[in-house]
Design a protein around this ligand. Structure first.
Ligand code: AMP
Ligand code: MG
Length: 523
C-alpha cells in the first residue's frame, strides 16, 4: 500500500509505551523560517510514502520540530555511556526528538528529529545541530545505504537562518532520521548503572523482540519463548557480536572511520549511527584518526575492531545484572573474535574478486626485502589483502582509487588484455614490492573465473565515497541556500558502484586543501 497522507500513517510507538523511566515527553522547539534543503527519495520509497510527501499538510512544520503529526508522541529518551573509554554517566537525547514509530512495508520504523531544541537531557547544550554536521549526516547515511552497509537512514533535511555558536557562529538544521530502533548500548548501561533491574529487563525483553533483529532465526528457534530468559539474553549478546563483526569488517573494507565509537553511539541493531567526525579515508593509513578531538587516537581506523569488542563488553557488563554469571557472557561476546576474521576474509576476498579456491592455494611471493631473500607464502586472499594494504600504507596510496582501479584492471584481464596492470602501477611510486604482489595476485585470479572476479569487484569496490572535501563543497553551497551539490552527491553516492559518466572528478584524488579539513566532535 502506498501512503498518501499523514492521516494514513499507522503509529505503533512501542518504545513510547515502555514507560516514563525510559523517556520524557517533550514539545520540541520549532526551527524558525525553516526550508526543505534535501530529502531522500530512497527512504520515502522504503517507508511506502507517495512521491509528493513533502507537500503533505503539516509536513514541513512537523519535520522542523513544530506541531507534531497526529499520532506522534514526541519524547526524548534517557541513556548513559562510556565516552573515550571512561564512564560519562547520564547523557540521553540532548538534541533529538523521537516522533514515534510507524508501520511501513519493511516493518516498523521510528522517526527522529536531530537538532530539535533543548530537552531535559541537553546538559549545557543548546539542543541544536549545525547545518555543516547535518549535511554530513544526511549525505553519509545515503552513502551507507548505497554501499549496502547497515545504517540509520535519513528522510529530510530542513535548514534555518537561526544561528548558534560552535567554534564560530553557524546556521542550523534538522535531520529526520529513520531506524527500526534508536536504542543504543548506552540505554542498557543506563538502567544497569542506576540499579533499575526491572526496567533493564523490560528494555532487554523489548529490544530482543524487535522484528529487525530477527533473533529467533539467528538462534534457530521459531519462538524466543522456547528459550529461557538467560538463553535469550545470551543469544542476543551473541547476535550483537555477530552483527558487529559484520558491520566493522564492512567499515574497514570501504576505509570508513566512524570517529566517535562511544557506547552511546553504538546501536542495539548494529547500525552505523551518529555521524559526526567520520571520514572515508583518502590515502590509506591504518593509523588514521579522523576526529580532531581524539588526540590519543582511541578511534583510529585500525582500532575500530578492538573498540567494537571493548564496547560489546560494556554491553555485556550491563547484562551482568540480568544474567549474574560472567562466564557465559564472555563466551557469547567472544564470538566476535571468531567471527570478525571470517567476515574480514569475506570482505577482502570479494574486494580482490577471489573465490573460495584461492583460500586453499599457496601462492609464493618474493619478499620485498632483497637482503632477507626469503619467500613469503601468501596462502589466502587475506594474505594478499594484508600485503597490498601494507604497500598502500607505506606509499600513501588512495584507498578507494586503488580498489576501483584494480577492479577495472581485472575486467581488462578478463577481456583478454595480457598486461592490464599499468593503471595500478601508476598509483605507486615504488614498484619493488608491488610487482611480486601483482604476479601472486594474477596467479590467484587465474584459479577462478576472471569475468566473475571482475563483476564481483566492480560491485564491491565503490567508485564514489563521501570524501571530506566533497562534503565540504556541498556544505559551502548549502550555506548559500543552494542544495544542488547535495542532490548531485545523493545521486552519485546512492549508486556508488555505477560509473556515472561525466562525474569522474568526484572519483578523483582529493585536492591538496582536503588535508587541511579538520573535523571535530563539535556539531
Ligand atoms: P554526540 O557526540 O553527538 O553523540 O552527543 C553526545 C551527547 O551530547 C548526547 O547525549 C547528545 O544528545 C548530547 N549533545 C550533543 N550536542 C548537543 C547539543 N548541541 N545540545 C544538547 N545536547 C547535545
Ligand atoms: Mg551520539
Amino acid at each position: 500500500m502506498r501512503i498518501l497522507s499523514p492521516q494514513q500513517l499507522n503509529w505503533i510507538n512501542g518504545f513510547a509505551a515502555l514507560g516514563d523511566a525510559f523517556h520524557t515527553r517533550i514539545e520540541g522547539s520549532v526551527l524558525p523560517q525553516s526550508k526543505w534543503l534535501a530529502s531522500s527519495e530512497i527512504t520515502a520509497r522504503h517507508l511506502g510514502w507517495s512521491e509528493d510527501w513533502r507537500d503533505w499538510p503539516g509536513m514541513l512544520e512537523a519535520m522542523s520540530a513544530g506541531q507534531p503529526l497526529k499520532g506522534s508522541i514526541p519524547l526524548a529518551s534517557v541513556y548513559s555511556g562510556h565516552q573515550f573509554g571512561t564512564w560519562a554517566g547520564q547523557l540521553g537525547d540532548g538534541r533529538a526528538m523521537y516522533l514515534g514509530e510507524i508501520e511501513t512495508p519493511h516493518g516498523s520504523e521510528e522517526l527522529q528529529l536531530k537538532g530539535s531544541g533543548p530537552t531535559p537531557y541537553s546538559r549545557r547544550g543548546d539542543g541544536r545541530a549545525v547545518l555543516r554536521s547535518s549535511v554530513r549526516e544526511f549525505l553519509c547515511s545515503e552513502a551507507m545505504v548505497g554501499l549496502g552497509i547497515p545504517t540509520t537512514r535519513v528522510l529530510a533535511l530542513v535548514s534555518s537562518p537561526l544561528s548558534v555558536w560552535r567554534e564560530t557562529q553557524e546556521s542550523t538544521a534538522i535531520v529526520t532520521r529513520i531506524a527500526p530502533s534508536f536504542i543504543r548500548f548506552g540505554h542498557f548501561e543506563h538502567f544497569a548503572s542506576i540499579g533499575d533491574i526491572g526496567n533493564l529487563r523490560t528494555l532487554a525483553d523489548y529490544t530482543l523482540r524487535l522484528k529487525a533483529l530477527n533473533l529467533g532465526a539467528f538462534l534457530g528457534v521459531d519462538r524466543l519463548e522456547d528459550l529461557s530468559p538467560n538463553e535469550q539474553y545470551l543469544g542476543f549478546l551473541k547476535w550483537m557480536a555477530h552483527r558487529y563483526s559484520q558491520l566493522i569488517s564492512q567499515w574497514q573494507g570501504v576505509g570508513f572511520c566512524h570517529g566517535v565509537m562511544n557506547t552511546d553511539n553504538m546501536s542495539a541493531l548494529a547500525l552505523t549511527i551518529d555521524y559526526g567526525p567520520f571520514q572515508f579515508m583518502d590515502a590509506f593509513d591504518p593509523n588514521h584518526i579522523c576526529n580532531h578531538t581524539d588526540t590519543q587516537g582511541r578511534y583510529a581506523f585500525k582500532r575500530q575492531p578492538q573498540v567494537a569488542y571493548w564496547n560489546l563488553f560494556c554491553l555485556g557488563q550491563a547484562f551482568m545484572s540480568l544474567i549474574n554469571d560472567s562466564e557465559p557472557i564472555v563466551q557469547a561476546l567472544e564470538h566476535f573474535k571468531v567471527q570478525f576474521p571470517l567476515e574480514t576474509e569475506k570482505v577482502y576476498l570479494a574486494k580482490l574478486g577471489l573465490g573460495e579456491k584461492s583460500k586453499a592455494s599457496h601462492i609464493k611471493i618474493q619478499s620485498a626485502d632483497k637482503a632477507e631473500n626469503t619467500t613469503q607464502m601468501l596462502d589466502s586472499g587475506v594474505s594478499l589483502a594484508e600485503e597490498i594494504l601494507q604497500i598502500m600504507a607505506t606509499q600513501g596510496v588512495d584507498h578507494t582509487i586503488l580498489w576501483r582501479t584494480l577492479s577495472h584492471a581485472v575486467k581488462s584481464l578478463s577481456q583478454g588484455n595480457p598486461s592490464p596492470w599499468g593503471p595500478v602501477r601508476d598509483l605507486f611510486i615504488d614498484g619493488s614490492r608491488l610487482e611480486p604482489w601483482l604476479s601472486a595476485y594474477e596467479h590467484a585470479l587465474h584459479m577462478g573465473d576472471l569475468a566473475q572476479s571482475a563483476q564481483t569487484m566492480l560491485n564491491t569496490n565503490p567508485k564514489f565515497v563521501l570524501r571530506n572535501h566533497l562534503g565540504e563543497i556541498a556544505i559551502g553551497q548549502a550555506k548559500q541556500g543552494d542544495p544542488s551539490e547535495i542532490e548531485r552527491l545523493i545521486n552519485l553516492l546512492s549508486s556508488p558502484f555505477d560509473e556515472h559518466p561525466g562525474f569522474e572528478s568526484y572519483a578523483d584524488h582529493p585536492p591538496a586543501w582536503a588535508k587541511s579539513i579538520e573535523i571535530s566532535c563539535s556539531s
